[in-house]
Design a binder for this molecule. Structure first.
Ligand code: DGY
Length: 328
């Protein structure tokens, strides 16, 4: 009998991946609520194909005692309790390398839109309210040559650094572990600690995962350490920023603008941010291109199928304990 995989949303994937998935597993669509409402544990379920919109909890896993693999469609896994999955013998996988370019592209888009007031400008044109070119109308700030500070120089951050080079931007970064001098040279980036980076950057872009340590990393205190007139960009996770503090800094003009693709209480936006002219917002679309989402689908399925077979998935984020006692 084929193992049952619960899928939580429709996703893009190639026909090949689709074929492999359906020949190896019986895929059923499910929701967290349905699983939790089940009076009995779902003993035949061995795999979960889910994403950031479906948080995994201990209670959910209690209903799924034979799950071997949670294949996450996306790179961030702050919605999955990794230590618990590890303890319960469950592989957790993500989609590294699939969305770096798409997210970096959007980051540059937000940098330009926030610096050059593109949304305000669009709104004037959409309302047919443009009264004609004047020398002082809708002045923004130049992007070229500005110092960009990258928080978290992983693969997405590196793609942002490469794009920033095309805008002649000096790039600073802070990381738990600095890169080797050779790699710094190759990417044209310089290490700074967090405080130094905030003090020196004209634009700060966040590319670090959400963890208990990074939650609320940008708050009233740290935002105050940013340069007056700086711009804050976030395409990582909303809860890295305390939005009330950000809105306050934007209103007071301490920050010139912000570009946000992710939100603290997603999908809700903090009421103080709504309507601010100097915030540019997108609806968590960093990886939302056909090409990237299809590549993410293939990667997720490949990881899922490896986990179901009892093989180590290529993008495993943990080494589950007690795998040997689980039936293959
Ligand atoms: C991720 O991969 O974590 C993004 O936020 C969604 O693509």
């Amino acid at each position: 009998m084929k193992p049952i995989v619960l899928q939580f949303d429709d996703i893009l994937m190639t026909a090949d991946a689709q074929e492999q998935l359906h020949s190896a597993a019986l895929v059923q669509f499910a929701s967290v609520d349905e699983i939790l409402a089940s009076p009995d544990p779902l003993l035949d379920v061995q795999g979960l194909l889910l994403n950031l919109a479906h948080p995994v909890t201990a209670t959910l896993l209690d209903k799924l005692p034979n799950v071997k693999v949670i294949a996450n469609y996306g790179v961030g896994v702050d919605h999955i309790p990794l230590p618990l999955a590890t303890e319960r013998g469950i592989w957790v996988t993500n989609t590294p390398g699939m969305l770096d370019k798409a997210v970096a592209d959007l980051t540059m888009g937000l940098i330009i839109a926030a610096s050059r007031r593109m949304v305000e400008s669009h709104q004037v044109m959409a309302a047919n309210a443009f009264t004609g070119w004047t020398p002082m109308y809708q002045l923004g700030v130049e992007v070229s040559g500005k110092t960009l500070g990258i928080i978290g120089l992983g693969e997405i951050g590196k793609q942002v650094a490469r794009r920033a080079a095309g805008f002649d931007m000096p790039v600073l970064y802070c990381n738990r572990k600095p890169l080797s001098p050779e790699e710094e040279l190759r990417l044209g980036v310089s290490y700074r600690n967090f405080e130094q980076l905030l003090a020196e950057s004209d634009i700060v872009s966040i590319h670090t995962p959400l963890t208990p340590e990074t939650r609320g990393l940008f708050n009233a205190v740290t935002i105050a350490r940013m340069k007056r007139g700086a711009i804050l960009i976030n395409t990582s996770r909303g809860a890295l920023i305390q939005e009330a503090a950000l809105a306050d800094a934007l209103k007071r003009g301490h920050l010139y603008a912000a570009g946000l693709d992710v939100f603290e209480q997603e999908p809700k936006v903090h009421p103080d941010l709504v309507g601010l002219p100097n915030v540019v917002m997108a609806a968590h679309i960093g990886s939302a291109t056909n090409e990237t989402r299809r590549a993410m689908g293939d990667c997720t399925v490949h990881n899922l199928l490896c986990g179901l077979k009892g093989e180590k998935p290529p993008a495993a984020l943990n080494v589950p304990v007690m795998l040997s006692v689980k039936p293959l």
